[in-house]
Design a protein around this ligand. Structure first.
Ligand code: HAS
Ligand code: CU
Length: 550
């Protein structure tokens, strides 16, 4: 069986492979879609490459890094062993599932049939991919559920031995992440197993609105499945680096509770323009979306105060003197804080997205692309990159191969991301479409789009180069990094030996129950509305056109 350390190494190494391939896809589709830039891929290839970019990075890179990080945090803080058979089974299913799902995308490109896997990472039906795409995804979901069982098994054993103890903060973040995942994935599992696998194998005709609603039931909590581990790192690791305390651990747990409660009952904010859903349900989801944003606002306050305290302790005075006193040359610190600032940029854009009226302006434009590159591509990915500079020496007993590269890489990522996302946000306000290979519209496109999209491409190339620096550094570190003492996670994360007394925040079961009630309130009526009207199953469409199923 594989040990925790081996599991962490395999998950994180596999996540880097996915980031590298997904990042290359990102460059290919970015340059090809930019007016005036060389076409590196043709139109059918663009949609397959864009699918690969979204699946490999948004879904798989994040998931595998989070698996490794979760085992690192739980084993470090709780000091109890995992059931290795569960870890091994979870890893095997998730990796096999990823390879199977990747076949139609990468295989399709290699054998000249890019439309085998050109359904984008949201795989909305009636667009149709090769059955392997959906079967692979189902295996990844099942693997993730087994992983969650492995984590809760350790937690329950720990809790039995530490009755009345407060859940350590990092562990709380991991549990919140997995609870959100377990709340959200049933929607995806029903859509994929009940509809999309039979659609791709036997031509089952499916109801598009029902499947979009099931996807977004899963799709929005997915973003907090990504974000909460990043926030957990900000809460648990940043104070360690700064040799200070988190400003308010209670506010941190309150933020996690808000994410547990309100991450899932908000998915209709991705469907504001969908016909067939009452405006009152969309309004309810808007209100709940603004509620879940409170978790991020609490985080903003907590982290800024922690940084300000640390800066003041280092002699920073006045309103902003503390900023310069922070350790900006440390790539773990600079990566995380730049990521935190990117969440600010993307998050405020999210508040625009969540407005029922304003969403009509930005929906399906490059504004949304700017939003999620600052959030997933910035807050989450840059935090995981920064964490890697801490984890790799602990995992491999080697120092980072090039500290020089490590020092500049987060800044390059941040600058590139800001250029890309600001240009794409502005182009989106002018109506520039997302997910479109050729947006020249035969010369009728507004002239403002071209320069903005070109600036966006420059920004994208800058942070792609930053990604190359990162992937090179993490590849070389286990090979040529200087040997260093192999720390263990407990010394990094554990607060002394004892655990504090539990508070109301630690009553996790209550929060899960309330979350389920909120989900039932938010989704029973929209689903009743869709199902009571009678479904309208459609013929599935391959990119070449209607697939003549029986
Ligand atoms: Fe989003 C679309 C609404 C957060 C990811 N989002 C997406 C998509 C993705 C995504 C992938 O309501 C595209 C899906 C697709 O392909 O169609 N999003 C929100 C809202 C929030 C939000 C309200 N999104 C995220 C996060 C993501 C993410 C986090 C990934 C990790 N999003 C939407 C909506 C859509 C959408 C609609 C659909 C759009 C459409 O029409 O298709 C909120 O959670 C945001 C709350 C966060 C804040 C920021 C708080 C400030 C912080 C720090 C500030 C920094 C300071 C500087 C103060 C309000 C944390 C400090 C300075 C120092 C020196 C230290
Ligand atoms: Cu959302």
């Amino acid at each position: 069986m594989i040990s925790e350390r081996t599991f962490i190494k395999i998950s994180i190494a596999f996540s880097y492979i996915l980031l590298a391939i997904g990042g290359l896809f990102g460059l290919l589709q970015l340059v090809s879609r930019t007016p005036g830039a060389p076409k590196l891929v043709d139109e059918p290839q663009y949609y397959a490459v864009l699918t690969g970019h979204g699946v490999f990075i948004a879904i798989l890179w994040t998931a595998f890094f989070i698996l490794g990080l979760a085992v690192f945090v739980i084993s470090s803080e709780l000091g109890k062993p995992f059931r290795r058979s569960l870890l091994a089974l979870a890893a095997v299913l998730a990796i096999i599932g990823s390879v199977v799902a990747a076949y139609p995308i990468v295989g399709g490109l290699l054998i000249g049939q890019p439309t085998m896997g050109a359904v984008l990472y949201t795989f909305y039906p009636p667009l149709l991919a090769h059955p392997a795409f959906y079967i692979g995804l189902a295996l990844v979901i099942i693997g993730s559920w087994i992983f969650a069982a492995a984590v809760f098994d350790v937690f329950i054993r720990w809790r039995k031995e530490n009755k009345g103890a407060a859940i350590p903060l990092g562990t709380f973040g991991v549990l919140a992440t997995l609870i959100i995942w377990l709340e959200a994935t049933p929607g995806l599992a029903i859509e994929v197993i009940y509809d999309l696998i039979p659609m791709s194998l036997f031509g089952k005709r499916v109801d598009v609105l029902l499947d979009r609603t099931l996807f977004w039931y899963f799709g929005h909590p997915l973003v907090y499945f990504w974000l909460v581990p990043a926030i957990t790192a900000w809460y648990a690791v940043l104070p360690r680096i700064l040799n200070t305390e988190l400003y308010s651990p209670k506010a941190a747990k309150l933020a996690f509770v808000i994410f547990i409660l309100a991450s899932t009952p908000v998915g209709l904010h991705h469907q504001f323009v969908d016909p067939g859903l009452s405006i009152s349900f969309k309004m309810l989801h808007t209100v709940l979306t603004y509620a879940v944003a409170l978790g991020s606002f609490l985080t903003a306050f907590n982290i800024v105060m922690t940084l300000a305290n640390a800066g003041a302790l280092r002699g920073g005075d006045g309103l902003f003197g503390w900023i310069a006193k922070l350790p900006w040359r440390d790539p773990v610190f600079s990566g995380m804080v730049l990521a935190f600032i990117l969440l600010g940029v993307g998050g405020f854009g999210g508040m625009v997205n969540a407005s029922l009226n304003l969403n009509n302006v930005v929906h399906n434009t490059t504004w949304v692309v700017g939003h999620f590159h600052t959030t997933v591509g910035g807050a989450v990915t840059l935090t995981f990159i920064a964490l890697s500079y801490l984890l790799l020496p602990v995992m491999f007993g080697r120092s980072i191969a090039s500290m020089g590269m490590a020092r500049i890489q987060p800044y390059l990522w941040f600058i590139g991301m800001m250029i890309f996302s600001i240009a794409y946000h502005i182009a989106g306000i002018y109506g520039a479409p997302r997910r479109t290979y050729d947006s020249s519209y035969g010369g009728l496109a507004p002239s403002i789009w071209d320069p903005l999209l070109f600036i966006g491409m420059i920004g994208g190339i800058v942070f792609w180069i930053s990604g190359v620096l990162f992937i090179s550094n993490v590849t070389l570190t286990p090979l040529i990094g200087k040997r260093v003492a192999q720390l263990d996670g407990a010394s990094l994360l554990r607060n002394g030996n004892g655990y504090e007394k539990a508070t109301i925040y630690d009553r996790i079961g209550i929060w899960v129950l309330i979350a389920i009630v909120l989900i039932v309130i938010a989704y029973s009526l929209p689903l009743f509305e869709i199902l009571s009207r009678g479904l309208s199953p459609v013929l599935c469409i391959t990119p070449e056109g209607l697939k003549p199923f029986g």
